[in-house]
Design a protein around this ligand. Structure first.
Ligand code: GDP
Length: 295
């Protein structure tokens, strides 16, 4: 994960690690390298620039020029800044509904269906919940089948109605079904398109307005870099979602999405997907991720 970025940050800070006495120029050069590494990892230029300005201010303010270990101090500052960039604290799910309704949004192929299954499994095994999965893709029968396969593999019931073509009605009927049968979490998997389009947005916005979810989660493929950030913006404008799920972090993603999304939409990353298996889900810890990035 983020190997390239880790390498580049390590090289950038290497210069300071050997120096007994350093100058403002050394620090500025190092930060310029750090900025370059972030931009290469697909972090938006403006975000990278603000990142390094803040790091510089802190470094000089905390006496990086006089300390005996400038490399160590700068590493700590960069780690804190990376943590902040990715959201600071851990943000859990609001599970206070009765039942709690979780609406999944995102483009087709982002990993929504897979993640719905992972989340159902996580809530069942780790939080002792009784989740119900709901298939709301009215366009692709294969998507309904896929959710049934996923549900079966984790032992979670899937609600679907192939005759009904209104996702609002499907969702409402699923919530009634949940109430009558003792399910305390309802996870609604919605239809996605290959690109943001008005019909998809209207459809999911209607479901959102009707079911008033406790959690609206936006699922995005971390491999899509800057596009991930643009898609997040478009969905957030319509849904004002509560959190982001970054999938495919097991691949050779450059990391830009993880590092930029929080500052662009100001919504926390709540979970990450790290593989195709149902167990490949992790709560997102900004500071642990910052540690991993710094190697
Ligand atoms: P949806 O169209 O948004 O519902 O996306 P799917 O859940 O069908 O996922 C699309 C593809 O990505 C499938 O082949 C999944 O197995 C794969 N996938 C989903 N999440 C992950 C992940 O975290 N890591 C990897 N490597 N593959 C994933």
């Amino acid at each position: 994960m983020f190997d390239n970025l880790t390498d580049k940050l390590d090289k950038a800070m290497h210069v300071l690690k050997g120096h007994g006495s350093i100058t403002e120029v050394n620090v500025a050069d190092t930060l310029k390298e750090i900025r370059r590494a972030l931009v290469d990892a697909d972090v938006n230029y403006k975000i990278a620039k603000e990142f390094t300005s803040r790091a510089k201010e802190k470094a000089l303010g905390q006496g990086v020029l006089t300390t005996l270990k400038p490399g160590q101090l700068l590493t700590k500052i960069v780690k804190d800044e990376l943590t902040e960039l990715m959201g600071g604290d851990v943000t859990g799910l609001n599970l206070t509904g009765n039942p709690t309704v979780i609406l999944m949004s995102g483009l087709q192929g982002s990993g929504k269906t897979t993640f719905s299954g992972k989340l159902a499994n996580f809530l069942k095994t780790k939080k002792s919940k009784r989740p119900l999965l709901v298939a709301c893709d009215i366009y692709r029968p294969a998507a309904i089948d896929q959710l049934h396969v996923v549900g079966e593999s984790v032992g979670v019931e899937v609600y679907s109605n192939r005759e009904e073509k209104d996702p609002v009605k499907i969702s409402e009927a699923a919530i009634s079904h949940a109430k009558q049968n003792g399910f305390n979490v309802v996870i609604i998997d919605t239809a996605g398109r290959l690109a943001v389009d008005e019909q998809m947005m209207t459809e999911i916005a209607n479901v959102h307005a009707a079911v008033k979810p406790q959690e609206t989660l936006f699922v995005v493929d971390s491999m899509t870099g800057q596009d991930a950030v643009n898609t997040a913006k478009a969905f957030n404008e319509r849904l004002n979602f509560d959190g982001v799920i970054l999938t495919k972090l097991d691949g050779d993603t450059r990391g830009g999405a993880a590092l930029s999304i929080k500052s662009v939409v100001d919504k926390p990353i709540k979970f990450i997907g790290t593989g195709e298996k149902m167990e490949a889900i992790d709560v997102f810890y900004p500071s642990r991720m910052a540690d991993r990035i710094l190697g």
